[in-house]
Design a protein around this ligand. Structure first.
Ligand code: CU
Length: 206
């Protein structure tokens, strides 16, 4: 009798532990922080870091983006959107801009305008898009279109933080505007199960 009770208690505890484990695995998202630098060790800003899930993963719908024009400058200089994202181009200046791209993954132009164009631009193909302005030659910006909602751009401190990551296997892909026109850097695998910090070295030389 005692033996039996003990066994039942053990089964209960085991089941509870298993349930807790499954809940943790399915609910707990992780944060991965990347420290980006050049091979010399110099901290690097504007590094695009994307995490592409390995295998079939249901992705959330792309979130809309926005690239402002402020004092004849695109803000931000470097951004990432998930494939299919609609991006607005609000003009905060009193002068008009004429935004365009000739990049293979998105060719478009927003003819001379003030304010915010009525229709956002949908970026439906992965790849790098270089933005320019027909009126102001110095204006330039870069959009990385990627098949993932998990990405970041490193700040002045070289840190690129990706939060709310479901545990799993990913390929880390990096890019930097100074690598424009160069071959893709080799992706590297990463297994995410808990919060972690990783170093990423980006060679800007061809
Ligand atoms: Cu302009």
């Amino acid at each position: 009798m005692l033996k039996q009770a003990g066994r039942i208690r053990w089964i209960h505890q085991g089941a509870a532990a298993l349930t807790a484990l499954l809940l943790t695995a399915s609910v707990q998202a992780a944060t991965v922080t990347f420290k980006t630098s050049e091979p010399s060790g110099r901290v690097l800003d504007s590094v695009v870091v994307t995490l592409l899930p390995v295998g079939k993963v249901a992705l959330p719908p792309p979130r809309p983006g926005s690239i402002q024009q402020v004092k004849k400058t695109f803000v931000p200089l470097v951004s990432v959107v998930q494939t299919g994202a609609a991006v607005e181009f609000p003009n905060n200046d009193t002068v008009r801009h004429h935004v365009y791209s000739f990049s293979a993954s998105k060719v478009f132009e927003l003819k001379l305008y003030a304010g915010t164009p009525a229709k956002p631009v949908v970026f439906d193909k992965p790849g790098v898009v270089v933005l320019g302005c027909n009126i102001h030659d110095k204006m330039v910006a870069y959009i990385m279109v990627a098949d993932t909602p998990w990405f970041a751009v490193s700040g002045d401190d070289g840190m690129a933080k990706i939060a709310d990551l479901p545990p799993g296997d990913y390929m880390v892909q990096t890019w930097h505007p100074r690598r424009l026109g160069m071959a893709d850097l080799p992706p590297r695998p990463i297994r995410v199960s808990t919060d972690l910090t990783e170093s990423l070295t980006i060679d800007l030389k061809p």
